[in-house]
Ligand binder design. Structure first.
Ligand code: NAD
Ligand code: LMR
Length: 327
């Protein structure tokens, strides 16, 4: 039996937390032979901590063989202490009529504090996945506070967008989602994101040939994927939770599966014309446990380049808005 890894989850009493924790404890994230200790972090509010106790009771009641311990805390130093992975979910969700960037000022503060503490107390191989919105910019803020952990340790989730895009393409073509490959998200987790359909294939053939409808691909397809979060809020009265949790499982599982090719928001370092300092969704290939390299040299047409320019501008603008929180 492997020794257990420590997985810190913030916002563990929230909606996403509720859908996420049983998946981690069951082995869906780190594999069926990897025991885990869950370090669940919440805010110091009696009602919330009580709810967190209830979540832990339910985890106990599942009798997951891989779950070797549960820590409940409102102290970030305990929550992130020696954590191998820190999953930063805890933050305000947006409501109807809001954009994710409207959350920046409130949520940004959470990530300044957490980036610093993870850097101080996380495990030597600590890795971070940010879900709380606006995820790309929050991730950049957290990474900017680190002195020990290098920027590549900090990733943000655009996997939900990749999964959404994959399903929309499969439905349009009348195939299974597994027939759709290499659909990557470039840029921000926001309506400006670009699902790069020109690189994707369906049953081994280019999507543009199989679907053969540029107007749909450039218009309704991009729009549906970009605005899916708002559509769910309008329908459910609350932001996506089950699909967000499931996508975080995919994000971390693929970052720990050598050879996996998938979309992750990482420090762009200027690739594909992005501002070098922003965290942009990019296609990556996993090269080790949590290690990856960005796929370079992929061919993008003029439409793709114009979409990337727009999403890059939004990321740069968000960076300017939080300049006082960086470093
Ligand atoms: P929620 O309100 O149900 O739960 C959030 C939880 O975080 C609450 O229990 C709250 O007490 C806790 N929290 C707040 N500040 C914290 C802190 N400093 N430390 C620890 N815990 C803290 O919200 P939710 O639906 O679970 O969504 C969480 C976040 O995820 C939101 O910002 C939402 O917009 C975002 N989200 C992102 C994606 C994505 O694809 N990146 C998808 C869905 C939701
Ligand atoms: C989503 O994409 O569903 C989440 O980011 C929640 C939101 O605010 O849209």
């Amino acid at each position: 039996m492997k020794s257990p890894i420590k997985v810190a989850v913030t916002g563990a009493a929230g909606q996403i937390g509720y859908a996420l924790l049983p998946r981690i404890a069951s082995g869906a994230m780190f594999g069926p032979d990897q025991p885990v200790i869950l370090q669940l972090l919440e805010v110091p509010v009696e009602k919330v901590m009580k709810a967190l106790e209830g979540v832990a009771m339910e985890l106990d009641d599942c009798a997951f063989p891989l779950l070797q311990g549960i820590v409940l805390t409102d102290d970030p130093k305990v929550g992130f202490g020696d954590a191998n992975w820190s999953l930063l979910v805890g933050a305000k969700p947006r409501g109807p009529g809001m954009e994710r960037a409207d959350l920046l000022k409130d949520n940004g503060k959470i990530f300044t504090a957490q980036g610093k503490i993870i850097d101080e107390v996380g495990a030597e191989n600590a890795r971070v996945a940010v879900v709380g919105n606006p995820a790309n910019t929050n991730c950049m803020i957290a990474a900017s506070k680190a002195r020990r952990l290098t920027p590549d340790r900090f990733t943000a989730m655009v996997r939900l967008d990749q999964n959404r895009a994959r399903t929309q393409l499969a439905k349009k073509a009348g195939v299974q989602t597994t027939d759709v490959k290499d659909i990557f998200i470039f840029g921000n987790h926001s309506p400006t994101m670009f699902p790069a359909f020109g690189l994707a294939t369906i049953s081994g053939k280019p999507v543009v040939e199989v679907i053969n409808d540029d107007a749909w691909l450039q218009g309704p397809f991009c729009e549906t994927v970009g605005k899916r979060g708002a559509a769910i809020i309008a329908a459910r009265g609350a932001s996506s939770a089950a699909s967000a949790a499931s996508s975080l499982v995919d994000h971390v599982r693929d970052l720990t599966t050598v050879g996996a090719v998938h979309s992750v928001a990482v420090k762009s370092n200027g690739l594909y014309g992005f501002d070098p300092e922003v965290w942009a969704g990019l296609p990556v290939k996993t090269t080790g446990h949590g290690e990856y390299e960005v796929l370079t040299g992929l061919e993008l047409d003029a439409f793709a380049k114009s979409k990337i320019e727009a999403t890059n501008k939004e990321l740069s603008d968000e960076r300017a808005m939080v300049a006082d929180m960086l470093g």
